[in-house]
Design a protein around this ligand. Sequence first.
Ligand SMILES: NC(=O)c1ccc[n+]([C@@H]2O[C@H](COP(=O)([O-])OP(=O)(O)OC[C@H]3O[C@@H](n4cnc5c(N)ncnc54)[C@H](O)[C@@H]3O)[C@@H](O)[C@H]2O)c1
Length: 358
Amino acid sequence: MKKVLLVGGAGYVGSVLAHELLERGYAVRVLDRMYFGDQGLADIRDRVEIVVGDLRAISPMVMENIEAVVNIAGLSNDPTAEYNPAANYEMNTTASVALARSCLQYGVKRYVYASSCSIYDFGVLDHQQDVLLDETADVNPRAAYSSSKFAAEKELLPLASNKFCVTALRKGTIFGFSSRMRYDLVVNTFIKDAMSKGCMRLHYGGEMWRPMVDIRDAARAYIALLQAEPDAVNGQIFNLVYGNFRISELALRIRETLHEMGIETEIRPDYAYKGVRNYRVSGEKLYRILNFRPKVSVEESVRTMVQEIRRGFCSDFENPKYYNINWMRTLEEAHKVIQVTGSVFNLREPASPLALSA
Ligand SMILES: NC(=O)c1ccc[n+]([C@@H]2O[C@H](COP(=O)([O-])OP(=O)(O)OC[C@H]3O[C@@H](n4cnc5c(N)ncnc54)[C@H](O)[C@@H]3O)[C@@H](O)[C@H]2O)c1
């Protein structure tokens, strides 16, 4: 049976992808640092091999019997990347490239890298560039996150050969339900705000464009790349986009869908905040070459999310674990305290004042 190594497989996208791979008969090994726990894999723990470890220090055993690697680990948004740019670069670029080199060493035939359409971001101040960008467009990413993704692509794609198939999937911003949920992605944030505060706030009036795609379509796209003839995809970049939407349009669509489900919400523009991304991206190449089109609409995905929340899943909206930057900060704070206290409730002598001040 083909075994796939999912690096970052306990994350928001990884958890959904792990389920989809199992459904299609793949054997799955997950390597994950488990920053967000293993809740996303709770119902398949007995069907996937789970290795707790870091992408930056992969042991040879992890590579054994692996046919293909999907690397969806690392820091996965702007705030976390800006918070620790050095760790971001180590994970998203250096270690991601080193992992591909290990694939070569261990005879792994394929490597799919989780890249991002944020590479195309040209900001809200340059409206002249407001065009649909494809994989051939010149890009000049400046943020730590998008730069690290682009830097990785530039080193990874030249590793392609007739023995090793390397592909980068530049995903648009994802929406939708995962059992490892994120509420720091725009559509999911709107749902959470609508259900908890009755209000969706539009930064910069919601004028900016975003390429968007549902999480199940993202999982299907990875599988399409794993199954593609190597010659069709090797050494190439593919965008993954269901549609490009102004954020204001997303809010309107969501408000209408929520209304149909009995949830009323306001939309409030907010022009104070300008740190927004703006880009429109074409997903045609994936259709042209692999006949792959995302099919889950924003409305359908919203309905699923609301149903899951109403069933009690991920409805503790304030929990920091749903917001990557909040959670990473919380872990760091907790780490500092636990270094001193040891276990939280079990009895342990407190550290000496000397150790505390050191
Ligand atoms: N979610 C999106 O909208 C989106 C869009 C484009 C690209 N991406 C990319 O897709 C990938 C998955 O995104 P996500 O939303 O699932 O993110 P996520 O943060 O939910 O998942 C990342 C997973 O990787 C693990 N991880 C992080 N650093 C690690 C390390 N050093 N070693 C091992 N495991 C590590 C985390 O524990 C987590 O389980 C990321 O690479 C992200 O940059 C995401």
